[in-house]
Design a protein around this ligand. Sequence first.
Ligand code: AMP
Ligand code: GLY
Length: 424
Amino acid sequence: MDEQKKVLIIGGGGREHAIAWKLAQSERVGEIICAPGNAGIEGLCRCVPVSVEDIEGLTALATKEMPDLVVVGPEVPLALGLTDSLEALGLKVFGPNKKCAQLEASKSFTKAFLARHDIPTAGYKEYTDADALRADVGIFGFPMVLKADGLAAGKGVIIAEDRAAAEAAVYELMEGRAFGAAGDKVVVEEYLHGTEASVLCFVDGSAIVPMESAQDYKRIGDGDEGPNTGGMGTYSPSLLFDEEMDMRVAEDILLKTLEGFKKDGLDFKGVLFVGIMLTDDGPKVIEFNNRFGDPETQSVLPRLKTDLYTIMEEVCEDRLSELSIEWDDALKAVTVVMASGGYPGAYENGHTIYGLDDVPEGVTVFHAGTKRGERGEILTAGGRVLGVLGVGATHEEAKATAYAGVSKISFKNAAFRNDIGTVY
Ligand code: AMP
Ligand code: GLY
């Protein structure tokens, strides 16, 4: 076997905990460093307190450590050009460069890409002037979908049910600048009816390879009620996909996307997360993200049989097409997010988390927003606090296991959905 490898992971959420956990199982990986990490990731590897927005600090850390591979978890450092900065040092980086990162950082860039390559998506129009947008309220009927062009931590999309709500949204996005410069340009879209699904793909210049499907639950409340969040839980594989849907997604969306990347000179290396609406007219793209989904990753990676380090290395070398990626079809996974009460609005931090060591077999707890207190205790430190993964031979078993884990864990004002794994 060749020398064991050193990996630097950027990020400090549940997704990065799952990536670190999976890479730690690889025989090829000898050392993992994570910046900034969290109280859970600390148990697996060395954490260094550099924030994901500090491109200079992260570049200095990489220069000092010279890892064999850098894995970038979140979208913000990708949009800020961390990959370009690290590649200039000669490092291998799993995560797209700044040019490709526009696929998540600019809705307008993505809509133009989709239109240019004839990839199915909602019709759209874009605006930089509030009065022009106000004059067009209802242009595609209601509900009206308004999106801040730039990154807004998953909150920049407003679905306005009627004219009054749409006018309020125009004010909020463009004049009130609720999302700052991200709302200087607004994309308006046709409203798509259907069921949403996420398809995560490994991508390099040679191939686009979908991972096993996962289903995300975006709303805060049971029965899909209440405001949108970053994701309150996932299960994998998704029960909404069958062979025919897989084929349509591959042919109508994924292959055209890879061709589009080639034609446009987009050298994408990493994970492309395709948000899809399954409509009566077939699957349509709602959005691209250019990184692993959170909490999709927590339900998908436990089912991966092929060595993750090897996949990431092949992607960096443009050799993905030569690799056959295997999944554990017999294993089902459900991840339930435990959040701070109040999330996605205001919430409190700093509550002690109890019961983390009491979870039953078959449960893995991924930390999302946690930190270690002065007495060694683990404290809440974010909106989404934990992702509790249960695995089993069936979806029902995985769900029961995940909730058995949740029932052992407590912290003040903990909030979670009771229906993760239920198909709507
Ligand atoms: P996005 O950040 O673009 O994924 O949008 C956030 C959420 O808004 C999506 O997950 C959908 O639930 C919803 N959404 C976005 N675009 C549309 C659309 N064109 N039609 C219906 N719902 C949409
Ligand atoms: N769970 C949705 C996301 O990662 O954007």
